[in-house]
Design a protein around this ligand. Structure first.
Ligand code: GUN
Ligand code: ZN
Length: 426
């Protein structure tokens, strides 16, 4: 069955930071959907015809659903934990919360709530760290598959320096990851990410196992953390004394490449930036988390100048909002502190096509190009009285987008579609 979704339709075909010709905008636009995919996008008058079922979202904006390329599934109850920087925060709040995900019924309940929060905030695809328990990844994949939601996830590999309840071993992490890849990678819209947590919690033996998995499954993503916090870096280098720098640990174990996502990537050496660029590894900016944990200021311009592709993500639960709009808000402020600018067009590109490019999935998600999945977010720039008041003085699309970027959150998300189906209830 075909369906027309009508509204003010916006998407991007190029990066607004690099060219003025970056987006398509249809003031009275429509998206023609069939079997979960986009058949056509254009002016409503060109696509409407008698007998076609139609949902009218005017005057709201319709964009590709947001993509969150770095989030921790077992941290949905860790958000807003007081007073710590990274290593204390992990030990005090995070590891105990993750230990509970060894219970399959807890993991299943949390998986539904996790996806519910993503969808309420307009996020249709996420790249998630699960707990070290295989069951936590099973629960998340099963829940995402049931919703036909494109999810990239992996169980974290971590065999030291946490607490026994969440330690695996090099061998069990390899075996569990392998089994999950065989069951879930390519199952519907599910994809696997090989997930060594970071170099502090993996022995060299386990990092080698992760590298072996990456070599055996080159179509899987790899995700980890890099240079988030000064104490983390010092501890990491003390554990890996032979390494030239933090990145070198991952490189030595065969973990870099175009499918590798390096969360945070804040305090980088010149050599690390050059190697990230040469290997095509991606950086992921997590602004609310970097501010909340006092980690540091991401240097977008420096990484871009080196040719590194970056994503932007919530990093729940070090991050403080599920909303990619609020993530763009804090991203704007972090870049202000660096004397850099995040224009609203560039911001909305980043949360959609930009993150899809970082994942190498731009043919499936992140734009409204025909053939893409009909994963959509419907946004109201006048969602709250304060936003409506500000919008009285908004003369351009960019100004409206900036209101959403700075003042928006889940209240601005009118509807979220996954593969053509409306997912937001109440
Ligand atoms: N580094 C290793 N694990 C984590 C985590 O769970 N959150 C953040 N922000 N950084 C990490
Ligand atoms: Zn993280």
């Amino acid at each position: 069955m075909q369906q027309l979704i009508r509204g003010r339709v916006l998407d991007f075909f190029a990066d607004p930071s690099e060219t003025d010709l970056s987006h398509r905008y249809h003031e009275d636009g429509a998206i023609l959907v069939q079997d979960g995919r986009i058949l056509a996008v254009g002016d409503h008058t060109d696509l409407a015809r008698d007998g076609l079922s139609q949902i009218d979202h005017r005057p709201h904006l319709i964009l590709p659903g947001f993509i969150d390329p770095h989030i921790h599934f077992p941290q949905l109850q860790v958000i807003a934990s007081w007073g710590a920087q990274l290593l204390d925060w992990l030990n005090t709040y995070t590891f105990p919360a993750e230990a509970e995900f060894g219970d399959p019924s807890h993991a299943a309940r949390m998986a539904d709530l996790f996806l519910g929060q993503l969808l309420a905030h307009g996020t249709t695809t996420a790249v998630a760290f699960c707990s070290s328990h295989r069951t936590s990844a099973e629960a998340l994949f099963a829940a995402a598959h049931a919703r036909d939601m494109a999810m990239i996830a992996g169980k974290v590999m971590m065999d030291r320096n946490a607490i026994p309840a969440i330690h695996d071993t090099a061998q069990s992490a390899y075996d569990d990851s392998k089994a999950l890849i065989e069951t879930w990678h390519g199952q519907g819209r599910q994809r696997y990410a090989i997930t060594p947590r970071f170099a502090i919690t993996s022995t060299p033996e386990q990092l080698a196992a992760a590298g072996a998995l990456a070599a055996e499954h080159p179509d899987c993503h790899v995700q980890t953390h890099l240079s988030e916090n000064r104490d983390e870096i010092a501890y990491t280098l003390s554990l890996h004394p032979q390494a030239r720098d933090y990145l070198d640990i991952y490189e030595t174990h065969g973990l870099l490449g175009r499918k590798t996502l390096l969360g945070h990537s804040i305090h980088l050496e010149t050599r690390e930036i050059a190697r990230m660029a040469e290997t095509g590894s991606r950086a992921v900016f997590c602004p609310t988390s970097n501010l909340f944990l006092g980690s540091g200021l991401f240097d977008e311009r420096r990484l871009r100048a080196a040719g590194i592709v970056s994503g932007i993500a919530t990093d729940i639960g070090g991050g403080t909002s599920w909303s990619m709009l609020q993530t763009l808000n804090e991203g704007y402020k972090v870049l202000q502190m660096r004397g850099q600018k995040l224009h609203p067009l560039a911001a909305f590109h980043w949360a959609t096509r930009g993150n899809a490019l970082a994942l190498g999935l731009e043919a499936e998600i992140g734009t409204l190009a025909p053939g893409s999945a009909a994963d959509l977010v419907v946004l109201d720039p006048r969602a709250t009285p304060a936003m409506a008041l500000r919008a009285e003085r908004a003369a351009t699309l960019a100004e409206e987008l900036f209101i959403l970027q700075i003042m928006g959150d889940d209240r601005a998300v009118v509807q979220t579609y996954v593969a053509g189906r409306p997912m937001k209830t109440a």
